[in-house]
Design a protein around this ligand. Structure first.
Ligand code: ADP
Ligand code: MG
Length: 396
C-alpha cells in the first residue's frame, strides 16, 4: 500500500478523504477526537507544499443540502487546531468548491461541504456514484485516503475516487491498519470482546464472526436486550428490533455448543426515559419493569465485566455500556473503561461514540494501547472482511 510519503505533492491539488464525523452539541464540536486524528496527514501535506482539499461527511443527511449537517462547526474546530482559519466551500463539487480550489496556494487548505449532501456519494449502484465521483476527482490531481471510519463503505469519496486519481493512504489509515491487524491472526489470549452501543442493526452480524475468534464476548448497551429477550426476559421499553431476538438466540446456542462465553448483564439501570431528572433504579436483568427502559448495565454486571477484562490477554471494546452522555447512566461505561486501563492486556477501543465516551469520562487515549476512530470499519477489519476503501488502495 502506497503512503503519502511516496507521493510528490508539492504544488499539487490533493483531495484528502478524512473521517470528521464527530458528535455535535449546540452547534459546536462535542468531541474532536476524529479531527485530531486527521491532523498528522493534513499538516504533513501542507508543510510539503500541497494544495489540500479536505472532504468528509457528517451524520446521515438524505442526499441533499441540510444545514443541520453542515461541516461548518468542524471547519471551525479544525481551524483552531491548525492555528489558522479553514475555509469551508458552500457546496461539495459546485461553483463554490471550484472557486475555493482555484484560489488555493501551495501549503493552503480548504474544506468541501458535507459529501452526503450529494446523493451520488452513497448510492449503492455503481452508476449512481460515477457522476459524483467524476466531479469530485475533477477537483484534484491526487487522492489521499485517510478516513478510516468510512472505509467499510463503498461510497464515491471512499472507493470510486481512488480509481480515478493516483492515490495513497494517509497516516491515520496506516496506524489503524497496523493496530487492528493485531486483533487478527495470532491473538494473545484470553481474547475478550466487549460490545455495546446503540447501532445494533449495523453491528449485530459481527458477532457471528467474533464468536469464532473470541474467548468471551461481554454484551452491554442496547445490544444486550435482544439477548436478554432471547433468554425469555421481559425488557420493558428498551430498544429492540424484532428479528434480532431470534438471531441472538442462535448466537447463545452456538456459543454454548462451541464453548465460547457470551456474558450478559445480570442487572440493569432502568428509567422511564433517558433524561437527567427522571428517577432511575437498579433491577436484576429478569425484572425490568414494563414501562421502563434499560439505559446502563448495573454495578454487579460492571464488576463482572471488569473482572473478565482484568484476566484478558487482548481486549477489543466497541460501544458504550449505557447512555454515558448522562451521568446516571455512565457507571457501566466508566467501570469498563477503568478495567481496560488497569489491565495488562493489549487494549483497543473502537467506535466514534466509544472514543468520545472514554475521553468525556476522563480516560485520555494514551491510557489504552490504541483508540480506533472506526466503529463499523474497525469491526469489519477485525472480522477479516475486505474494506472497499482499503482494497482499492492495495490494488492501485
Ligand atoms: P460507537 O459509535 O462507539 O460505535 P454506537 O453509535 O453504536 O457506538 O452507540 C453509541 C450510543 O449508544 C451512545 O450515544 C449511547 O447513549 C447509546 N446507548 C448505549 N446504551 C444504551 C441503552 N441501553 N439505551 C439507549 N442508548 C444506549
Ligand atoms: Mg456511533
Amino acid at each position: 500500500m502506497k503512503t503519502i510519503d511516496d507521493l510528490a505533492v508539492a504544488g499539487k491539488r490533493v483531495l484528502v478523504r478524512a473521517d470528521l464525523n464527530v458528535p455535535l452539541s449546540d452547534g459546536r464540536v462535542a468531541d474532536d477526537g476524529r479531527i485530531r486524528a486527521s491532523l498528522p496527514t493534513l499538516t504533513a501535506l501542507t508543510s510539503r507544499g500541497a494544495k489540500v482539499i479536505v472532504c468528509a461527511h457528517l451524520g446521515r443527511p438524505k442526499g441533499e443540502p441540510d444545514p443541520r449537517y453542515s461541516l461548518a462547526p468542524v471547519a471551525a474546530r479544525l481551524g483552531e487546531l491548525l492555528g489558522r482559519p479553514v475555509k469551508l466551500a458552500a457546496d461539495t463539487v459546485g461553483p463554490s468548491a471550484h472557486a475555493a480550489v482555484a484560489a488555493l496556494r501551495p501549503g493552503g487548505l480548504v474544506m468541501l461541504e458535507n459529501l452526503r449532501f450529494n446523493e451520488g456519494e452513497t448510492s449503492s449502484a455503481d452508476m449512481g456514484r460515477d457522476f459524483f465521483a467524476d466531479r469530485l476527482a475533477g477537483l484534484a490531481d491526487l487522492y489521499v485516503a485517510d478516513g478510516f471510519g468510512a472505509m467499510h463503505r463503498k461510497h464515491a469519496s471512499v472507493y470510486d475516487v481512488a480509481l480515478r486519481l493516483p492515490c495513497a493512504a494517509g497516516y491515520l489509515v496506516q496506524a489503524e491498519a497496523a493496530a487492528l491487524r493485531r486483533l487478527t491472526g495470532a491473538i494473545r489470549r484470553p481474547y475478550v470482546v466487549v460490545l455495546g452501543g446503540a447501532k445494533v442493526a449495523d453491528k449485530f452480524s459481527a458477532i457471528a464472526s467474533l464468536i469464532t475468534t473470541a474467548d468471551q464476548i461481554l454484551v452491554g448497551g442496547t445490544m444486550a436486550f435482544p439477548f436478554l429477550a432471547a433468554k425469555g426476559y421481559k425488557v420493558g421499553t428498551s430498544k429492540l428490533e424484532g428479528g434480532q431476538v431470534d438471531i441472538a438466540a442462535g448466537y447463545l446456542e452456538q456459543a454454548a455448543r462451541t464453548g465460547i462465553e457470551i456474558v450478559l448483564p445480570s442487572d440493569v439501570v432502568v428509567a422511564a426515559e433517558p433524561a437527567l431528572d427522571t428517577p432511575h433504579k437498579v433491577v436484576t436483568a429478569d425484572a425490568i419493569p414494563e414501562d421502563q427502559a434499560g439505559l446502563d448495565i448495573g454495578p454487579e454486571s460492571a464488576a463482572l465485566f471488569a473482572a473478565a477484562i482484568r484476566r484478558a490477554g487482548t481486549v477489543f471494546w466497541n460501544g458504550p455500556m449505557g447512555v454515558f452522555e448522562l451521568p446516571p447512566f455512565a457507571g457501566g461505561t466508566t467501570t469498563v473503561a477503568r478495567a481496560l486501563t488497569d489491565s495488562d492486556a493489549f487494549t483497543v477501543v473502537g467506535g466514534g461514540d466509544s472514543g468520545a465516551a472514554i475521553r468525556a469520562l476522563g480516560f485520555p487515549d494514551a491510557m489504552f494501547d490504541y483508540v480506533s476512530t472506526g466503529g463499523g470499519a474497525s469491526l469489519e477489519f477485525i472480522q477479516g472482511k475486505t474494506l472497499p476503501g482499503l482494497a482499492v488502495l492495495e490494488e492501485s
